[in-house]
Design a protein. Sequence first.
Length: 130
Amino acid sequence: MKLTITSLLLTLFISSSCWANHLKIITAISVNEQNQQQVSGHLITQVFNATGEKIHNVNLRLVNSSKVQLDNPILQFFTLKDGGVRHISNHFYAQPLDAESPGSILWRINYDDALGHHQEFVSSKINNRL
């Protein structure tokens, strides 16, 4: 009995983890100003929907927002059809990146599909600086 419950829980966990991988987030930055205390510029965030179905009410929020502030803290992508891509540009202010910075951003993404509401955490590497 314990083996069956453990197997079921493991299956549910793996399915949930894979589902988050079907929402790809790509981030790029364009730095306008930089000094000892602060970096500012534009953050371009792109979401690609590879879930296999249309998703609605797609919103992103920064999780590690203590070092990065956005003019608009909630990025709204609205509805994305399967295979759809949408990007948003937003002004940001951040602490200067140091040599040990991982170069990634952790996002909390909320969306709705035919099964209901979902909340996932997705890491987005900063792929390039424009």
